[in-house]
Design a protein around this ligand. Sequence first.
Ligand SMILES: [Zn+2]
Length: 170
Amino acid sequence: MLVPSAPQDLPPIGTEIAQHLDWDRRYRHMRIHTALHLLSVVIPLPVSGGAISAKKGRLDFDMPDAPEDKAALEEQLNALIGRELPVTQDWISDAELDANPGLVKTMSVAPPTGAGRVRLIRIGEGAEQVDLQPCGGTHVKRTGEIGSVRLGKVEKKGRRNRRVYLHLTD
Ligand SMILES: [Zn+2]
């Protein structure tokens, strides 16, 4: 759904509108967003927040101690990207999601239930599957599209949380 920027009202039903998509910006968002899925694979801890821009993204983890080896995490990330894993979607019912609470990594952002079904994003297939979680975001089709990434700052956010930044290198 498209929502006009505040404080405009929704146009009346039947209004003809043109949508302009800034593809370069959108594609960078897709690459960074998909890379954040992989960040949650190499740092398998509960996620309490996140944000993206066209240049970088970040996730906040429930991580009381700083990661010991940032370079190794960055290497694992780039190795996952280099495996060219397919990114696909599946739909499950709200009831199936309720029966599998382990699918939800984000503690603060509840998956969009209520419509009766929830979209799952899967990275890799079969024995090669590395991630599966409910997500309504935009993703690239294969991990290789992300290109190489580097890990940026790791900031302490409160007693239990750390904010980890990820940057595209181009
Ligand atoms: Zn996603």
